[in-house]
Design a protein around this ligand. Structure first.
Ligand SMILES: *Cc1c(COP(=O)(O)O)cnc(C)c1O
Length: 242
């Protein structure tokens, strides 16, 4: 059996490496590294590791399941850091999500948007920043909204006074050759630009949440503003994770 190298020991080096790759890639792409946020994806990793990440300066964390996030967010709190929900949100977990998370990346239906609005009112929460998750590969089993429905849901979000429409998110299929995700990232950007032109993001240009460990450099080249990075920062997760 090969012993797993302790994540703890590698975290500073891994993080430094990710930062320098982001820096060099954004500069090469003619972009400012300051325009690119890292959402450190902590799923399967304990609160301990999150604390070490905070000590290294990380402030934005992402989880893909409400249930797993619950104890971790309880442990770490939300004073110094912000929590992003990046996984599919089931209707019956929506209230908990509104209580726990600072940003939701995975709005993928009109009914979920309306539910979040209603729950924000019930929970006395004045603003909930959200992104629409777009499914660009036509994979029916995956969560995410087909692109032809995006504007419809964007309009619903805009009509909800407690929801703040931040931008678009996508989780493309996995390709061994990361270069093959480029068209998906490019398409998401086009959709975002179209919405921006129509004024959906007010004065801002809208966020693009795309790019993970395997493909974040390509995402930077295609305009990503939020990178969701787990493995490159925290090391490999246990095999049976989602
Ligand atoms: C796990 C996860 C990530 C991070 O994946 P890595 O390949 O470990 O960087 C990003 N986005 C979502 C939605 C995830 O579930």
């Amino acid at each position: 059996m090969v012993e797993r190298s302790p994540v703890k020991q590698n975290l500073p080096e891994r993080y430094e490496d990710v930062l320098s790759r982001i820096r060099s890639h954004s500069l090469a792409a003619g972009r400012s590294p300051d325009d690119i946020k890292i959402i450190a994806i902590t799923k399967t990793h304990p609160a301990d590791i999150v604390r070490q990440a905070i000590d290294l300066g990380m402030r934005e964390f992402g989880e893909n399941r409400v249930q797993e996030a619950e104890s971790k967010i309880g442990d770490i709190g939300r004073v110094r850091v912000r929590w992003h929900l990046v996984g599919h949100l089931q209707a019956n977990k929506a209230r908990r999500a509104v209580q726990l998370f600072d940003v939701i990346h995975s709005v993928d239906s009109e009914s979920l948007a309306r539910r979040l609005e209603r729950l924000c009112a019930e929970e006395d929460r004045s603003t909930m920043p959200v992104l629409i998750q777009v499914e660009l590969a036509g994979e029916k089993t995956k969560s995410g909204l087909p692109e032809e429905k995006v504007e419809e849901v964007a309009a619903v979000i805009k009509s909800c006074k407690r929801l703040e429409f931040l931008g678009l998110m996508t989780l493309p299929p996995f390709f061994e050759d990361a270069e093959q995700v480029r068209p998906f990232f490019r398409r998401l950007r086009e959709l975002r630009d179209e919405l921006a032109r129509k004024g959906y993001f007010g004065d801002s240009s809208g966020e693009l949440s795309m790019g993970m460990t395997h493909d974040f450099e390509i995402a930077i080249e295609e305009g990503a503003t939020m990178l969701r990075i787990g493995t490159a920062i925290f090391g490999e997760r246990e095999k049976n994770d989602p």
